[in-house]
Design a protein around this ligand. Structure first.
Ligand code: NDP
Length: 283
């Protein structure tokens, strides 16, 4: 029995519709939410991501500003823009598009963003608060993946969840979110011995590896929920970290690539921006 699709297009559109109402309510009060994106250099993938973020802002009525800085921007110049955006009351969310050119220190830059304007949820304070289960801005991709599971009514509590990948932007926050939802969580990575032994135990399997079609059907338990975070380009086409068709034959639910978690990431960026603006206007 093939898996049901966790459709990022549908779920993100529903979320956007709810967000639009909240933006409209703010705008009716003369309060316009604002997002500033800082893009350094001319990485083509980053340009595409930023263009998609601008389009999402336009759909919702969020004021978006993109600061395009040259590839040879200095750390000082980058930090000066972050400090300026921190101080600007019309800016409620600040996002530094990653990766930055190699000569720049992204940790240092991200740590300068005010935690309440850190709509990517990458600031140490937000990451630390997440690990403690406190109210915080949660990183968009794992937050979006969790939202998909919840929207589909998938039971998480008490389930075996296995996250493959331990990056600060996906794997770790994903594991923490699943733990908060009372799953029993295993985090796997490149040094994990016998990965398949772990993945085959998973009721919920999250792949955030960055290797095309790495998770094969023999690594997946019958009836598992499979969340594919990976975005890989093979022969000019996008594919995930999961070998989609054979795995879909075994899974109960699966996210496609494209049209899965990626769609949720931008919707969650909008959600974090709307939350930040509402909090700022309520002060
Ligand atoms: P990273 O490269 O930062 O992390 C990859 C993780 O996978 C690491 O923890 C690494 O382990 C682990 N890994 C690598 N090889 C193996 C292996 N053979 N066995 C087990 N684990 C392994 O990637 P990101 O977390 O940033 O991204 C992961 C994927 O998600 C990428 O395809 C990326 O493009 C995509 N992505 C998608 C987003 C979306 O919107 N859908 C947003 C962000 C990312 P170790 O730590 O030991 O090196």
């Amino acid at each position: 029995m093939p898996a049901q699709i966790l459709d990022g297009k549908i779920i993100s559109a529903q979320l956007e519709a709810e967000l639009k109402l909240r933006v409209d309510a703010m705008v009716a009060q003369g309060n316009i939410p604002g997002l500033t994106v800082i893009l350094v250099g001319d990485d083509p993938a980053s340009q595409t991501y930023v263009a998609n973020k601008e389009k999402a802002c336009a759909r919702l009525g969020v004021r978006s500003t993109t600061l395009r800085m040259p590839a040879d921007t200095t750390q000082e110049a980058l930090e000066a823009e972050i400090i300026k955006a921190n101080a600007d009351p019309a800016v409620h969310g600040i996002l530094v598009q990653l990766p930055l050119p190699r000569h720049l220190d992204s940790d240092r830059a991200l740590s300068l963003i005010l935690p309440e304007k850190d709509v990517d949820g990458f600031h140490d304070i937000n990451a630390g608060r997440l690990s403690r289960g406190l109210d915080c801005v949660v990183a968009c991709t794992p937050k979006g993946a969790l939202h998909m599971l919840k929207t589909a009514g998938i039971d998480i509590s008490g389930k075996e969840a296995v996250v493959v990948g331990r990056s600060n932007i996906v794997g770790k926050p994903m594991a923490l979110l699943l733990l908060q939802e009372n799953a029993t969580v295993t985090v796997c990575h490149s040094r994990t011995k016998d990965l398949a032994e772990h993945t085959r135990r998973a009721d919920i399997l999250v792949a955030a590896i960055g290797k095309p079609r790495f998770i094969t059907a023999d690594m997946v338990k019958e009836g598992a929920v499979v969340v594919d975070v990976g975005i890989n380009r093979v022969d000019g086409k996008l594919c995930g970290d999961v070998d989609f068709e054979p795995v879909a034959e075994k899974a109960s639910w699966i996210t496609p690539v494209p049209g899965g978690v990626g769609k949720m990431t931008i919707a969650m960026l909008m959600s974090n921006t709307v939350d930040a603006a509402e909090k700022a206007f309520a002060k």
